[in-house]
Design a protein around this ligand. Structure first.
Ligand SMILES: [Zn+2]
Ligand SMILES: [Zn+2]
Length: 308
C-alpha cells in the first residue's frame, strides 16, 4: 500500500524530507517549501510589502523556484525579474527563453541586460585574457555588478538571489578552510546596501536544500534550463559541496546544523574584521575598495584587447 502524505493524510506521499521526518504529497510539499521561505524572510527581516523586490534569475532551477515561490507566498508583493544574457553561444539564448516563459506565465516584469549589446562583448571573451582559467570567478564579478546596476535602474530596493543552502554552505566551508573571513561574512542572509540608492541583498533560499528546489520546480512544472554552462566545471566547482553532503547519510540534520553554526559565528567575525574604506570607482561610480573597481578593471582588459 502506498504511503499516505503525513500532512493531508489522503494523497500519496511522493517527497521524503528526512531531516523533518516527513513524507509529503506534491501539494503539501509545495506548501511546506513556500512556508519555509516565508519563515526565512521573516526571520532575517529580508523585505516587507512596501519593498520592490528584484529577483536575479539565471534560468537555473534555484532562481526560477525562488521567483515562482515568492509569487505564491506574497501575491501582492511588487516583484521584478532581472536577467543577464551572458552571450555564451546556445547556452545563454536557452536560459533567456526559459526565463521569458516563466516570467510571462507569472505576469512579472522582466528586465534583461544583454552583455553583448550593452558592453560589446560576451563572457567567453575572457578566455583570451589573464582570467581565462578562472572564468567563473570573472563571471561572478560581472554578474554581481550588473545585477546591482539593473536593480538601481529599475527602482528595485531589494535584490533577491537564488543561492540555495548547499551552495551557501559550500562557499562558507571553503572560505572557513582558507580563513577568508571577509568573504565568509559576505555570505550572510542579508547584506545592507553598499551606498544610498543601492539595493539590499537577500538570500531567501538560505534554508532551502538544493534537491528541494529541483523537486519544487518539477512538481509545479516550472521551466528551468536544461543545459549546463560550458564553462562551469562540475567536479572542481562542487568538491566542497560534496564534502559537506557526505555527512548527511550519517546525520540528516548535518547541513542545517552547519548553517546554524555559521550564522552564529558570522556576527562575531564581523565585529573583529576591519571594514575596508569604500570610495567611489573612478569609472563607474560604484562603491569600491580601490580607485577602479574589480568590474571596471576586468571590463577594461577586454576593451584593451579590442583596440589591438
Ligand atoms: Zn498532502
Ligand atoms: Zn567601476
Amino acid at each position: 500500500m502506498p504511503v499516505k502524505c503525513r500532512k493531508c493524510q489522503s494523497a500519496k506521499a511522493e517527497v521524503i524530507i528526512p531531516y523533518a521526518r516527513l513524507s509529503l504529497c506534491p501539494n503539501c510539499f509545495s506548501e511546506f517549501y513556500v512556508s519555509r521561505i516565508k519563515k526565512t524572510v521573516k526571520e532575517f527581516n529580508m523585505f516587507n510589502e512596501n519593498d520592490i523586490v528584484g529577483v536575479a534569475v539565471s534560468g537555473g532551477k534555484d532562481s526560477m523556484a525562488l521567483i515562482y515561490a515568492l509569487r505564491q507566498a506574497y501575491p501582492k508583493l511588487k516583484v521584478k525579474a532581472l536577467h543577464i544574457n551572458l552571450g555564451i553561444p546556445e547556452y545563454s539564448a536557452h536560459c533567456q527563453t526559459k526565463v521569458e516563459a516563466l516570467t510571462k506565465s507569472l505576469n512579472v516584469d522582466l528586465h534583461i541586460f544583454d552583455l553583448k549589446s550593452k558592453l560589446g562583448f560576451s563572457i567567453d571573451e575572457f578566455k583570451k585574457t589573464v582570467h581565462g582559467g578562472k572564468i567563473c570567478s570573472v563571471c561572478g564579478t560581472i554578474k554581481r555588478h550588473v545585477f546591482e546596476e539593473l536593480a538601481c535602474s529599475h527602482g528595485v530596493n531589494v535584490l533577491a538571489t537564488g543561492h540555495n543552502m548547499n551552495d551557501i554552505l559550500a562557499f562558507m566551508f571553503k572560505n572557513f578552510l582558507y580563513g577568508k573571513w571577509d568573504q565568509l561574512v559576505r555570505l550572510k542572509p542579508v547584506l545592507p546596501p553598499l551606498a544610498e540608492a543601492m539595493p539590499r541583498k537577500v538570500k531567501p533560499l538560505l534554508r532551502s536544500p538544493e534537491n528541494e528546489n529541483l523537486l519544487y520546480c518539477l512538481h509545479n512544472e516550472i521551466p528551468f534550463r536544461e543545459k549546463n554552462c560550458p564553462f562551469s566545471s562540475e567536479i572542481k566547482g562542487r568538491k566542497y559541496q560534496k564534502a559537506i553532503e557526505a555527512m548527511v547519510p550519517y546525520n540528516p540534520h548535518f547541513l542545517h546544523q552547519l548553517l546554524n553554526r555559521f550564522l552564529e559565528i558570522i556576527p562575531l567575525l564581523e565585529d573583529k574584521l576591519t571594514k575596508p574604506a569604500l570610495m567611489r570607482c573612478k569609472q563607474c561610480g560604484f562603491p569600491s575598495s580601490s580607485e577602479i573597481c574589480a568590474y571596471c578593471r576586468r571590463i577594461s582588459l577586454i576593451k584593451m584587447g579590442k583596440i589591438d
